[in-house]
Design a protein around this ligand. Sequence first.
Ligand SMILES: *[C@@H]1O[C@H](CO)[C@@H](O)[C@H](O)[C@H]1NC(C)=O
Ligand SMILES: *[C@@H]1O[C@H](CO)[C@@H](O)[C@H](O)[C@H]1NC(C)=O
Ligand SMILES: *[C@@H]1O[C@H](CO)[C@@H](O)[C@H](O)[C@H]1NC(C)=O
Ligand SMILES: *[C@@H]1O[C@H](CO)[C@@H](O)[C@H](O)[C@H]1NC(C)=O
Ligand SMILES: *[C@@H]1O[C@H](CO)[C@@H](O)[C@H](O)[C@H]1NC(C)=O
Ligand SMILES: *[C@@H]1O[C@H](CO)[C@@H](O)[C@H](O)[C@H]1NC(C)=O
Ligand SMILES: *[C@@H]1O[C@H](CO)[C@@H](O)[C@H](O)[C@H]1NC(C)=O
Ligand SMILES: *[C@@H]1O[C@H](CO)[C@@H](O)[C@H](O)[C@H]1NC(C)=O
Length: 776
Amino acid sequence: MGRLNFLSVLCCLCLNLCVVAVDTIRSSQSIKDKDNDYIISNGGVFKMGFFSPVNSTNRYLGIWYNNISAFTVVWVAKRQKPLKDSSGVLTTSEDGNLVVLNGQKEILWSSNVNNSVANSSAQLLDSGNLVLKENTIGTILWESFKIPSHTSLPEMEISTNERTGEKVQLTSWKSPSDPSIGSFTAGIYRQSLTQSFIWKDGRPYFRSGPWNGQMFIGIPVYPVFHDRFGLVDNQDGTSYLTASTVKDSLSHYVLTTQGNTEARYWDSVKEDWEVVWKAMVSVCDVYGTCGAFGSCNSMSSLICSCLEGFEPNNTEEWNRQNWTSGCVRRTPLQCGRVNTSGEAGKMDGFLKLKMMKVPDFVEWSAAQEDDCRQQCLQNCSCIAYAFDSGTGCMTWTRTLIDTQKFSNGRGVDLYIRVAHSELDTNGDVRKIVTITVIIGTIFISIFTYLLWRWIAKHKARRKKEKEMLMFNREAHKKFPSEDMLGDNLNPGKVQELPLFDFVKLASATNNFHESNKLGQGGFGPVYRGKLSDVQEIAIKRLSKTSGQGLEEFMNEVVVISKLQHRNLVRLLGCCVEREERMLIYEYMPNKSLDAFLFDSRKEILLDWRKRFNIIEGIGRGLLYLHRDSRLRIIHRDLKTSNILLDKDLNPKISDFGMARIFRSNEDQANTNRVVGTYGYMSPEYAMEGRFSEKSDVFSFGVLLLEIVSGRKNSSFYHDEESMSLLGHLSTFKKSIFHQPHLKISFGIEKIFASSPAQAKAKGSLTLGLHCCKSRM
Ligand SMILES: *[C@@H]1O[C@H](CO)[C@@H](O)[C@H](O)[C@H]1NC(C)=O
Ligand SMILES: *[C@@H]1O[C@H](CO)[C@@H](O)[C@H](O)[C@H]1NC(C)=O
Ligand SMILES: *[C@@H]1O[C@H](CO)[C@@H](O)[C@H](O)[C@H]1NC(C)=O
Ligand SMILES: *[C@@H]1O[C@H](CO)[C@@H](O)[C@H](O)[C@H]1NC(C)=O
Ligand SMILES: *[C@@H]1O[C@H](CO)[C@@H](O)[C@H](O)[C@H]1NC(C)=O
Ligand SMILES: *[C@@H]1O[C@H](CO)[C@@H](O)[C@H](O)[C@H]1NC(C)=O
Ligand SMILES: *[C@@H]1O[C@H](CO)[C@@H](O)[C@H](O)[C@H]1NC(C)=O
Ligand SMILES: *[C@@H]1O[C@H](CO)[C@@H](O)[C@H](O)[C@H]1NC(C)=O
């Protein structure tokens, strides 16, 4: 008894379970519009029953997801005529059709299958498909996937049959609370090539472009998942698009009330739908935004532009950003025109546009890439072509519409047929050529200039070297025996003297302006120059006409370039360029001694100590020339104007134009050409041409007297009693030298025997006046 009870309870439980989990409506069974009356697919994914959309009281028969928190309807049976009350019943009719009846038993909706079978049943599958089957052999009479609503579930096929005109496509709801037919439909359209479309009120609203085997080539952004996403074109004129998405997740494509197709999957963590892809992302994706022969670029500030070779049909409208009338061809094609006499028609050509969404009304041919171009060129009705390895050869003969410029590497190269003249004025080519020419010209000019500079510099250097060489040769002639000069004067060494640029010197002296002239030297003017803000120089410029000066110039270079003493003026360099011969010295701000000594205003600046310093300095310089330097040099023109004073009034001997170098064993020499300044010349030199160290010492003596007395040796010329300072000295010794203890002794060296301090203490000067002795 107990066992029977148990069995019956078990059976009852089982029966209850079966009733609750039912997925099938058999004949004579029905679903009423009331709570807990629905069928659920075997795996529990979908549920079917009566529902009301949000914000609506209308009742509809539909299928929705069973096991998620968001109420999401994927299919609606009778969209146009809702039930106003909850009297609706779903059942199988006697002829085997699935029907919805209202309270008055009127058929509101039917699956409308012709083959009348008495025994049929409807089953809701886990794919979301509701299938009406004939019971005995199981043939499918009808399925909900053939009349989809706005949602495409993973196993659904969007299809078209060219021959029968049958289509399976999505239609949008009017609004989220109204499932009735909206403005938008989405499906595929098979022409020469199959494309998918969204239509708005029957007109194209979005176009995917042709299929290339993996993708539609005109979609700006690819879906992130396209597992089992594919298009199949069958020979019998049917095409199928399967649009499954991520596995192991609830997902679908939905055509929204705004007309966009979205791919969504259920995010079980967020408990909401995640949109992962949209067919349309910009206004450029709206079909024909820019009109005929226009091209849309969403990255551009003005999204529309005419294709190259085309211009706005209505410029005024176009400028107002009303793109509807599109663009027209600028230059008529040669192809197809009747050739008029004389007009040698030039062949049309193709302009290449990169990364394009190809236009609508595409025609396909089996040609390969090269043939594709040729084919299009030969057929006058062909106005554009494109080749994609997946799609093949595409050509266009009608208006080019719905073209888009992509920027993310999508799209294909589109070739547009234009007249030959358009090709010639092709901006790109011309620009490239122009830019190339300009850059090339600039480059060549710069290169030529640099080369020229280099050659000029090289030449100048060569010339300078040559001149220097000649100059050295002359120096050699002047000092023929090298052993006399020792290795100190070999020609190579002279070259070590820095060479100055004539141009640089000219600019340093303001082109040898009069205002920069410091004075007139023995063989040419001396200029003051500024090499930089800090370095000042004195430039002795040899007069071009002076043949004599050249010899002296070279002499000076040879002599002074070997000498270094702080009481000799320093030669910084020379300039031997063209006809110019110049010597560059350090600049002496206080000019020469005579300017100080014989100027009554400046004279007072020279107190005894300064005068002594000057005498000592000249003496040291002379000693160096005669004894301490590696050469023995007789200056031969020592005088106040050749003693320069630096800013501290230190004396520097200058002007070595007449200097002579003596061999170490040579004590005196004779010359036929007596040079120097009368008044400073020793009598034996002036009269007999004999000169030696003593000649310089005589001059030094005169200099000394001038410094001490402050009077020029020649200032006595008009004096009747004497011819010169020296003559005067012998007569009026006492009247000139007021210092009673002035002693005159022999030898320059003796000057340095007593220190200046000692001399000052004694209030006397101890001087060597070898020359004066010989005279007095
Ligand atoms: C229903 O969802 C819950 C959690 O979302 C899950 O644990 C359960 O397995 C689901 N049931 C079915 C039949 O999918
Ligand atoms: C439903 O109505 C409420 C209030 O009128 C509104 O806030 C909400 O957005 C509506 N929902 C939908 C899906 O239309
Ligand atoms: C169903 O039958 C009707 C007439 O009985 C016929 O006109 C119609 O073409 C049939 N439909 C189909 C799909 O066979
Ligand atoms: C319908 O078919 C099922 C089995 O497929 C059978 O059990 C049932 O009796 C049939 N009903 C009618 C009315 O023929
Ligand atoms: C140019 O515009 C006119 C009207 O503005 C229109 O009739 C014509 O078809 C347009 N041409 C093209 C090529 O679109
Ligand atoms: C754009 O121009 C067309 C005529 O070509 C006109 O019908 C349409 O109203 C204009 N649109 C706007 C927004 O002005
Ligand atoms: C016009 O001339 C070109 C070249 O001379 C030729 O290729 C083309 O076929 C001609 N067109 C017609 C219509 O005769
Ligand atoms: C040119 O192309 C059109 C359209 O594709 C086609 O109808 C026509 O036969 C072609 N003409 C030739 C000569 O190939």
